[in-house]
Design a binder for this molecule. Structure first.
Ligand code: SAM
Ligand code: SF4
Length: 454
């Protein structure tokens, strides 16, 4: 229960809101759906830099640092006059810590887990009435059924969550506890949402899931389909130009999905396939159920199907017991694969996960050094990949304005940011042809082709 002295119950119902999402793309998607739901209830999004009546912190629990940020953000929401907005903590911290959050800080009015956020309007009523407003249920009725249909979209590229939760139980990871068991959204729901996004002007859809390639559903003819079947159906949506998916688990990379990379033109040549470590002993301790070799052989098959595919991955350094030699195996894997991009993290012990109680926790300084070396190796690969695109002609999807007038930023098929001086010749949402004229570590420079500029 919130402290009556500090609660917002004396306030009127919130009219404006701000949703701030941390962490993964699935949180970004959830944040957008919450905003759409609050909008459908008559509330309006607060303009940038303007105080909102309700602030939703859509949190991430994957690493300790992400959790700490939530509490410092809550502190910063206090206004100069001592008042504060209504505060809702959503996302995985809400799921993991529940009512403990309102005990730890009296400033929080609402706690709502990632499977219950469709109930946010009711929780706002509860908070206004001074009732406890904590909901971390994982109801059988899907939140998706209770959310408003997708309306006009501000972006040309949209996320679409198709799968949630995880049954893999990697020993370091909280996701199976915070997001629950692996669940696939039904075929018709996903296809209808994709269609609504395209009708709303979206040109690119990224299908999301903690293990998106484990998605399975039954199509309108009663056939069981995997992610590849879904991708082939979305391929037929006229108006949709690009399809991507993330995040995949190596064990769920089916032959059908690999084949889709060979013959679905709208499926972009990019695969995010986390491996976490290059050492078999560490992979086993992580309960990853793939080896270095099986991962490399899988990449060979993917590259055979789509030779120009860009690869990306996730890595953890300093998993308990990781020796210098085992870390070197991760470095050598990075050099062998030559990733176009990758995320790397210091191991963060998460309460309740098996690895948190393992012997051999690695010292912070050792983790820092390993992370720096790993990021340097990943950066070298990324820079080399970017440089190899100089001189190529490609289509980019324009996504946002650059820093000065006439400059636009788009995405290459390989997920690189491309800066282009387009003047009045193009606008956000357009797909334009450019020649790549320069490459930096994190982006490319493009020039409109003569045909495009004409
Ligand atoms: N399902 C995906 C997979 O199998 O790799 C990853 C999803 S997870 C939300 C995203 C990434 O966070 C993981 O790939 C891992 O690298 C990182 N991660 C998860 N738990 C972590 C922990 N305890 N410490 C550091 N990084 C972690
Ligand atoms: Fe976490 Fe991914 Fe492992 Fe599932 S497969 S437990 S989400 S790292």
């Amino acid at each position: 229960m919130t402290d009556p002295k500090q609660s917002v119950r004396a306030q009127a119902a919130p009219q404006t809101f701000h949703v701030k999402s941390f962490g993964c793309q699935m949180n970004v998607y959830d944040g957008e759906r919450m905003a759409e739901m609050l909008g459908a209830r008559g509330m309006t999004a607060a303009a940038d830099g303007v105080d909102a009546d309700l602030v939703v912190l859509n949190t991430c629990h994957i690493r300790e640092k992400a959790v700490d940020r939530v509490y410092s953000d809550i502190g910063r929401l206090r206004r100069d006059d001592g008042s504060r907005p209504m505060i809702a903590v959503a996302g995985c911290v809400a799921q993991a810590e529940g009512a403990e959050i309102t005990r730890r800080t009296k400033a929080v009015d609402i706690v709502v887990g990632p499977q219950a956020y469709h109930r946010l309007p009711g929780l706002i009523e509860d908070a206004l009435a001074g009732r406890a407003a904590v909901d971390t249920d994982m109801p059988l009725i899907s939140k998706f059924d209770a959310l408003p249909a997708r309306g006009r979209q501000a972006r040309s590229s949209a996320f679409l969550t198709v799968q949630e939760g995880c049954d893999k139980f990697c020993t370091y990871c909280v996701v199976p506890y915070t997001r629950g068991a692996e669940v696939s959204r039904p075929w018709a729901d996903v296809v209808n949402e994709a269609r609504a996004l395209v009708d709303a002007g979206v040109r690119e859809i990224t299908l999301l899931g903690q293990n998106v390639n484990a998605w399975t559903g039954v199509d309108e003819k009663g056939r069981t389909q995997g992610l590849d079947g879904l991708i082939r159906t979305l391929d037929a949506l006229s108006g949709l130009a690009r399809i991507r998916y993330t995040t995949s688990h190596p064990n769920d990379m089916t032959e059908g999905l690999i084949r889709a990379h060979a013959d679905v033109a709208k499926l972009m040549p990019y695969l995010h396939l986390p491996v976490q470590s290059g050492s078999d002993r560490i992979l086993k301790a992580m309960n990853r159920s793939h080896t270095r070799d099986s991962y490399l052989r899988l990449l060979e098959r993917v590259r055979a199907a789509r030779p120009d595919i860009a690869l990306s991955g996730d890595f953890i350094v300093g998993f308990p017991g990781e020796s210098d030699a085992e870390f070197e195996e991760t470095l050598s894997l990075v050099r062998e694969v030559s990733y176009a991009a990758a995320f790397s993290f210091k191991y963060s012990p998460r309460p309740g996960t098996p690895a948190a109680d393992m012997d051999g926790q690695v010292a912070a300084q050792v983790m820092d050094e390993r992370l720096q070396r790993l990021q340097a190796a990943i950066g070298d690969g990324q820079y080399a990949f970017n440089q190899a695109t100089v001189g190529k002609r490609m289509i980019i999807l324009l996504e946002r304005n650059g820093r000065h007038p006439g400059q636009l930023i788009g995405k290459s098929p390989w997920l690189q940011s491309v800066f282009v001086e387009a003047g009045d010749a193009a606008r956000i949402g357009d797909m334009i042809e450019v020649d790549i004229v320069s490459a930096g570590p994190n982006s490319l420079g493009g020039a409109l082709t003569a045909r495009q500029a004409a």
